[in-house]
Design a protein around this ligand. Structure first.
Ligand SMILES: CC(=O)SCCNC(=O)CCNC(=O)[C@H](O)C(C)(C)COP(=O)(O)OP(=O)(O)OC[C@H]1O[C@@H](n2cnc3c(N)ncnc32)[C@H](O)[C@@H]1OP(=O)(O)O
Length: 410
């Protein structure tokens, strides 16, 4: 086989079963029938790309029809790439590259300026122009003793919410958070029910069904969590795994964390994808009790249409810079462009002027939502600054109050 003998085309619904078999092969998985049924149903509603060597399906990729928040509260069409799988017999021969090119061409036709994904390996997607659009932090709290905080928790009452009622109650609240945190996909009712509120956890059979605790009425915050009992003989404590916690402010967050750390018969609270600017580590009176155990690139983002992506976000300060952009995968983005933007206006047009900053598409993706500063990229030697203070000026314009963040893995 060579890359030319492989045809990339839309994968018909009749091939979903084959696509799943390929995906389970590539990901070394053998999910139970219930989960397979869920995958089948999900894939029926997604954009699907297949790579065929003759009649054999050797590559598969799918994309959710997401829209994602961008800085300033705007919303962009942003297919969510998932299920990317290549047969082990056909790896490293350009099958993934062919499928990604097909996806980008479809995005251009359908007017989707962004693509997002969660990478199985962080080394794969930079070459395709993706950059980490946001980071997540894993947190572990020693809850064998009361959580010591430097501020008083919000005293409003907490209540448990039936998961069946959660989309109606939490949905509008979550929607508001998307205006402040870029990178969050909109959640449909089906997404709430199938990704957030399923009875059985996909990764850990020992976890309880999802529990939801809400603060205040009107809602001032909520947490979605699962618990696991401890093992007395092995002397391991019961665990509370927090999947999402959103709150109006630090006092509301303090009330929810205090509740989660005080659940009887548990001694550890974990949370894997907190925002990197989460106030919890700052408000902990004993920083040894609340440990950030890792931080990692979470959702990766690709600017397929740089102009449309830049136009959709807001600008915190005036900027006038010439960007020289390298983009081998989407040549329409490449070249020199003068970006003039401010809180009141935006223009982005080709220019023959000397560049102030030179950068690759992947690095523009990294700074686009505010995950990383342009100055940090200059210091890292990845963005070239040809005019003094150009990076600072662009950073001031790109500034967002809160860092981009999502825990909607897909
Ligand atoms: C969004 C998601 O779904 S993430 C899930 C990704 N899928 C998986 O991890 C499942 C198991 N792995 C696979 O199915 C495949 O190995 C894939 C999809 C990762 C790669 O598919 P391939 O068809 O082998 O990739 P392709 O041949 O197009 O490689 C393109 C380039 O990426 C590089 N590359 C591919 N996979 C990797 C990797 N895992 N790590 C580092 N580089 C990689 C190749 O070396 C090649 O580099 P080059 O352009 O410098 O020659």
């Amino acid at each position: 086989m060579n890359a030319r003998s492989v045809q990339i085309r839309e994968l018909p619904e009749s091939d979903i079963e084959r696509a799943l078999a390929l995906a389970y092969l590539a990901f070394h998985e053998s999910p139970p029938e219930e989960r397979r049924g869920h995958h089948r149903e999900t894939l029926a509603g997604l954009l699907r790309i297949g790579a065929y060597d003759g009649e054999e399906l050797v590559g598969f990729a799918a994309a959710h029809p997401f829209t994602v928040s961008v800085p300033g509260g705007g919303e962009l069409s942003c297919p969510g790439l998932t299920f990317v799988s290549v047969a082990p017999t056909h790896r490293r021969r350009g099958v993934l590259s062919g499928m990604v090119s097909e996806l980008f061409a479809r995005c251009a036709r359908q007017g989707a300026p962004l693509v997002a994904l969660w990478a199985s390996e962080a080394s794969i997607y930079g070459r395709f122009g993706f950059g980490p659009g946001g980071y997540g932090a894993s947190v572990e709290i020693d809850s064998r003793r009361p959580l010591a905080l430097r501020l008083a928790p919000d005293p409003r009452p907490l209540r448990l919410v039936d998961p069946a009622d959660a989309p109606a109650l939490l949905g509008p609240y979550f929607e508001q958070t998307r205006a402040h945190r870029a990178g969050r996909p909109a959640r449909t009712e089906a997404w709430w029910r199938e990704e957030w509120l399923v009875e059985k956890d996909e990764d850990d059979d020992d976890l309880s069904p999802p529990r939801i605790v809400a603060l205040g009425d009107p809602l001032a915050g909520y947490a979605i969590y699962r618990t696991k009992s401890g093992d007395e003989e092995a002397r391991t404590p019961g665990v509370v795994r927090v999947d999402e916690l959103e709150a109006d402010g630090p006092e509301a967050a303090a009330a929810l964390w205090s509740y989660l750390t005080a659940i009887d018969l548990t001694g550890k609270v974990t949370s894997w994808g907190r925002p990197v600017d989460d106030p919890l580590p700052l408000i902990a009176a004993d920083p040894d009790q609340v440990r950030v155990t890792s931080s990692f690139p979470a959702q990766w983002v690709r600017l397929v249409d740089v102009r449309a992506a830049l136009e959709a976000r807001t600008w915190a300060a005036p900027v006038d810079v010439v960007l020289a952009i390298r983009d081998e995968r989407v040549p329409a983005n490449a070249g020199r462009y003068r970006l003039i933007a401010s809180p009141d206006g935006f223009s982005y047009a080709p220019t023959g002027d000397d560049p102030d900053l030179s950068l690759e598409a992947r690095d523009l993706a990294t700074v686009y939502m505010g995950a990383t500063s342009v100055r940090a990229m200059v210091r890292a030697g990845l963005v070239a600054e040809h005019k003094q203070d150009a990076a600072s000026m662009l950073d001031a314009a790109l500034y967002t109050d809160l860092r981009p963040h999502t825990v909607d893995g897909f």
